[in-house]
Design a protein around this ligand. Structure first.
Ligand code: FES
Ligand SMILES: [Fe+2]
Length: 369
C-alpha cells in the first residue's frame, strides 16, 4: 500500500449533514465531512487529545467535533475550540490533525493520502467519457471484496483468466489471440500502462448479441497509479463499454471498490440496472477467485510465481509498484502491524512539509532507494 495517491473515500451523497463519515483506508481511519462552504474535507480520524474517534462525533458549523471531550476541528485540521479552555486562551500549536487535499469528481469524494506538494501530485484518474453526451454513465456502485487491492488490480490486468472464470463472456477467442503473440503493453507515462487485445474469430453468442462483428472486438485494461483500473471492451466504433474501478484498500485483506460503468450504446435508462446486475455477476466470479489466492498479498517479485508472456501487463504493474516503493511511498506493513494498538499513526499530510509540531507519528514507510 502506498501513500501519495488519490483514494476514493465516499460517494458524494454520503458526506453530508451533521453526521461525519468514518472510513478506513490503507489500514488507518479517516473522517469526511463538509465545511461551511459545503466543500468535502477529509481528516485523520484520531483526536490528538486522547484518541477519540472523530468519525463517531458530529458536525456543527462546518467543524467536526470529537465525541469524547468536544474538541472542535476545522476542515484544515486545526483545532478551533477546546471546551476546557476559556475563549480568550490561545490554543496550543500542536492542536491539529492531518488534513488531506480532496477532490469531488464522478460523484466520488477523493482524498490525496500523502504529503507531496500540489505540483508533484499524480492526478486523479481521468474519465474522458464522463461529460461526453455520446456516453451514458451509470451511478457509481460501491462494493467490498475480501482480498488485497493489488490482487484485485492484477486480476483486472489479466486477459488469460476470462475463459475460465467467465465462461459466458465469449473468452475462448482471447486465448487464441494470446497464443498468437504476447500481449503488448503500452506505456501511459508517468502513472500507468495498458493493453488491448483483439479477439480471435470464434465469438460467443452473447458477444454477437452485443453487436460484435467477427474479428472486430477488442478488449483490454490499464492501471493508473496503484489503485485505479480501467477496462475497455470495444465491439465496434459505436459500441463500447468503459469501466473505471477506483480501489481503496481498507487493510491488507479487504478492499472497497468504486465502480463507474460507462457505455456508448444501449443508452436506455432502464438498462442501467440490468447492466450493473450483469457486471456484478461477473465481479462475483472474479471475487470468488481473488479471495482464495495464496499468498493474500501480491508478491513484489517475478520469481515466486511462474509467469508467462500473457502476464506481461501484471509484470509491468509490479515494476511501477517498485518505482513507487523506491520513492519511499510504500507503507511498512510489518512495522505497522507490530506497533498497532500501542501507537496511533497518521498518513502524513502536505502540511507536515511546511510545519513541525505534530502529535501523531507518521505511518512507517519502507526506506526510499
Ligand atoms: S479525545 Fe477527543 S476531545 Fe478528548
Ligand atoms: Fe474477470
Amino acid at each position: 500500500m502506498y501513500i501519495n495517491f488519490w483514494y476514493p473515500v465516499a460517494k458524494a451523497e454520503e458526506v453530508r449533514g451533521d453526521k461525519p463519515f468514518q472510513v478506513q483506508i490503507l489500514g488507518l481511519k479517516f473522517v469526511a465531512f463538509r465545511d461551511s462552504d459545503e466543500v468535502a474535507r477529509v481528516l485523520s480520524d484520531t483526536c490528538i487529545h486522547r484518541g477519540g474517534a472523530l468519525g463517531k462525533g458530529w458536525v456543527r458549523d462546518g467543524c467536526v467535533i470529537c465525541p469524547y471531550h468536544g474538541w472542535e476541528y476545522r476542515g484544515d485540521g486545526k483545532c478551533s475550540k477546546i471546551p476546557t479552555f476559556g475563549d480568550d486562551v490561545k490554543l496550543p500549536a500542536r492542536a491539529k490533525v492531518d488534513s488531506y487535499p480532496t477532490q469531488e469528481k464522478y460523484g466520488i469524494v477523493f482524498a490525496f493520502l500523502g504529503d507531496l506538494p500540489e505540483a508533484e501530485r499524480p492526478p486523479v484518474c481521468e474519465i474522458p467519457e464522463y461529460d461526453d453526451e455520446r456516453w451514458r454513465v451509470n451511478h457509481t456502485v460501491v462494493f467490498e471484496v475480501g482480498a488485497y487491492y493489488e490482487r484485485s488490480v492484477e486480476n483486472g490486468l489479466d486477459a488469460a483468466h476470462n475463459e475460465f472464470v467467465h465462461p459466458l463472456q465469449g473468452a475462448p477467442s482471447i486465448s487464441e489471440t494470446l497464443r498468437d503473440r504476447p500481449v503488448e503493453v503500452e506505456e501511459q507515462p508517468p502513472w500507468g500502462s495498458q493493453f488491448l487485445v483483439r479477439f480471435g474469430k470464434s465469438m460467443s453468442e452473447d458477444t454477437k448479441v452485443l453487436g460484435a462483428g467477427e474479428g472486430t472486438t477488442r478488449a483490454g485494461s490499464g492501471h493508473h497509479g496503484p489503485n485505479a483500473l480501467i477496462t475497455r471492451i470495444i465491439f465496434s466504433d459505436t459500441r463500447a463499454f468503459a469501466q473505471y474501478f477506483f480501489e481503496a484498500p481498507i487493510d491488507e485483506n479487504r478492499t472497497r471498490i468504486f465502480f463507474v460503468n460507462i457505455r456508448c450504446f444501449i443508452m436506455e435508462e432502464e438498462m442501467d440496472q440490468k447492466l450493473i446486475d450483469m457486471n456484478m455477476k461477473i465481479a462475483a466470479e472474479d471475487i470468488a477467485i481473488i479471495e482464495a489466492l495464496d499468498p493474500v498479498r501480491t508478491p513484489h517479485c517475478t520469481t515466486k510465481e511462474l509467469l508467462t508472456p500473457a502476464d506481461l501487463p501484471i509484470v509491468r504493474y509490479r515494476e511501477f509498484l517498485q518505482e513507487w516503493e523506491d520513492n519511499g511511498w510504500r507503507i511498512d506493513q510489518q512495522e505497522l502491524r507490530a506497533k498497532r494498538g500501542d501507537i496511533a499513526f497518521a498518513i502524513p499530510s502536505p502540511d507536515r512539509r511546511e510545519h513541525k509540531n505534530w502529535v501523531l507519528d507518521p505511518v512507517p514507510l519502507m526506506p526510499a532507494a
